[in-house]
Design a binder for this molecule. Structure first.
Ligand code: ZN
Length: 191
């Protein structure tokens, strides 16, 4: 992998930490002008870090490339980074993972949402982990800082759709699935 190969003397752990931080910097730079849709207008990179952290807590075996892909998961869809650039900078495995969780923006929004439900069962196990973490982060954001123009009905629809996608996963990570269910319940049955 370009630039992430071990300099002499670097341990695999150090190489992995450097690669993850390189991806975090890349994501922060490319998403610098983007804010989350919520009323709080948080920097978008907060979402990327949250998703990468969720992914890292779900793994029982180290998977540096999956954590890197989590940091970069919206770069193709939201800020126009090409799959080729990701492959050159972070390797084919990372680029392939990001592409697998990227919607085709040339399609209308309703169709993209329908396709997420339809294709959920055929996603790779690693893409399912990433998408599950993404959905958890999105649900949390809608609860803590909903977009100002979203009615309760629209929020309900989003939650129902996210659950449809997640229920389609054939190999959901148990920890993340539980966290998703907990978050979903908090919204649907507030105490
Ligand atoms: Zn995302």
């Amino acid at each position: 992998m370009p630039e992430t190969s071990s300099p002499i003397g670097a341990t695999p752990e150090l190489t992995s930490v450097r690669a993850i931080l390189k991806a975090a910097s890349f994501a922060a730079e490319r998403h610098a002008a983007q804010k989350r849709k919520g009323a709080a207008g948080e920097p978008y990179v907060n979402h990327l870090l949250e998703v990468a952290h969720l992914v890292s807590t779900a793994l029982s075996e180290p998977d540096t490339n999956l954590v890197i892909a989590a940091l970069l998961h919206d770069t193709i869809e939201d800020v126009g980074v090409s799959k080729d650039e990701l492959a050159e900078t972070f390797g084919d495995d990372v680029a392939g993972l990001v592409a697998e969780v990227t919607d085709d923006k040339s399609l209308p929004k309703a169709e993209r949402k329908r396709l997420q439900v339809v294709t959920a069962p055929s996603k790779s196990v690693r893409a399912q982990i990433l998408k599950l973490a993404d959905k958890i982060s999105n649900l949390r954001a809608i609860m803590s800082s909903p977009p100002p123009d979203w009615s309760l009905e629209r929020r309900r629809e989003y939650f129902a759709w996210a659950k449809q996608v997640v229920d389609g996963f054939t190999a959901p990570n148990p920890l993340l699935k539980e966290e998703f269910e907990r978050t979903h319940r908090k919204f649907t049955t507030p105490s």
